[in-house]
Design a protein around this ligand. Structure first.
Ligand SMILES: *Cc1c(COP(=O)(O)O)cnc(C)c1O
Length: 374
């Protein structure tokens, strides 16, 4: 047990734990880039693409500017066109859905499951129309969606499957890596992700050569070679500096994910017998706990209580996709997302980062328990 008089500050994420061990290596490699001017698509990007393909157990990795871009290029590379319909889940980050609209396609939302809060595969078939082209399966909070069910539906209706693996670097489903479970997968390297750059970054991974080749063109002004703009692409390259940070941090990712999983076990032990729903991890999944999301009817009061005691928390996400102004031009069934709407008022993400100590977790759990006693 912790000493109760100790006052601690618990950040939502402690970046220093991750960045101090790689700082020297990163600074040296940045210095090398400044000396040899390899700023755009330099050797550090290629090296990272090779390393991350190996980490994800895929044949190809293409580094891009952001996770959102990775989803956009994934959609374009599988042939998504204007007015196509793309099915995804109402309980996700806007970054899953904005690329659908950027591609000119129409998002079609289905509700999430009560337990994992991932897309409910039982609701997908009813959402399929003649215009449906693909399903974006989001592995939310670090846990894989129900990919066998999703793939079976996709196969039956001749749809493509894109994984939004922005929160699931290193997660597995039935022993297989997230990123290998569909036609193409998108990762984000936003600093707070399990593998984060020191700025923005993203990547698409796939086993299909033709998809990788297309994304390589799209991310570089649609060029197949210099000045041959064969596709309407954009400037969306992974930055050489960011690739340096990613190469250094990737070496630690496996340990960092294990550390998150250990923290999740301690949290679950420390939060039993409370009016609180703790994350459900399906037995065939190995979640990488990008977030540790609990559900609580008095969410706002609990968050305020923890904040008063210097424990930072987050809400992922407070507003369901179908209620966001960005998507007001699309018609969503206002009664279609009861689970997503209920949980949006209950979700609370507790501090979660690699290297979080047992004392810190105990401190958080202790304060959650105190909240319910007061
Ligand atoms: C972070 C995130 C994205 C977007 O990634 P960016 O790198 O911020 O563009 C998309 N989908 C999900 C689920 C995410 O968590």
């Amino acid at each position: 047990m912790i000493l109760k008089q100790n006052v601690m500050n618990i950040p939502f994420i402690d970046f220093q734990i991750m960045h101090q061990p790689v700082k020297e290596e990163v600074l040296q490699s940045l210095s090398d880039i400044i000396d040899d001017n390899s700023f755009i698509l330099g050797p550090s990007v290629q090296e990272f693409e090779n390393n991350f393909a190996r980490f994800s157990n895929t044949k190809h990795c293409v580094g891009v500017a952001t996770g959102c871009d990775a989803i956009l290029w994934a959609l374009k590379s599988v042939g998504v066109k204007k007015s196509d319909e793309i099915i995804t889940v109402a309980n996700t980050y806007a970054g899953t859905v904005l690329p659908i609209t950027m591609a000119g396609a129409n998002p079609v939302l289905v509700d999430c499951c009560e337990d994992t809060l991932n897309i409910n595969p039982a609701l997908i078939e009813a959402a399929i129309t003649a215009k449906t082209k693909a399903i974006i399966a989001v592995h939310l909070y670090g846990q894989a969606a129900d990919m066998d069910e999703i793939s079976a539906i996709a196969k039956k209706h001749d749809l493509l499957v894109i994984e939004d693996a922005a929160q699931a670097h290193g997660a597995t489903y039935k022993g297989k890596s997230c990123g290998t479970l569909g036609d193409v997968a998108a990762f984000s390297f936003y600093p707070g992700k399990n593998l984060g750059a020191m700025g923005d970054g993203g990547a698409a991974v796939t086993n299909k050569q033709e998809i990788a080749d297309l994304i390589r063109c799209y991310r570089n002004y649609g060029q197949s070679k210099k000045y041959y703009h064969d596709y309407p692409g954009w400037n969306s390259r992974l930055d050489s500096f960011q690739a340096v940070a990613l190469n250094a941090k990737l070496k630690h990712l496996k340990n960092w994910n294990e550390s998150r999983r250990e923290s999740a076990i301690l949290y679950k032990e420390g939060l039993t017998d409370l009016p609180l729903i703790i994350p459900v991890e399906k037995s065939h999944n190995e979640s990488v706990y990008h977030l540790f999301v609990v559900r609580c009817k008095q969410r706002d009061q609990l968050q305020e209580y923890l904040s008063k005691h210097n424990i930072q928390t987050g809400i992922h996400y407070p507003i369901p996709i179908h209620k966001l102004g960005a998507f007001k031009d699309y018609s969503f069934n206002p009664e279609g997302y009861p689970v997503t709407e209920t949980v949006a008022d209950e979700l609370l993400s507790l501090p979660m980062f690699p290297g979080m100590s047992a004392v810190q977790i105990d401190y958080v759990c202790d304060h959650v328990q105190r909240f319910f006693k007061t």
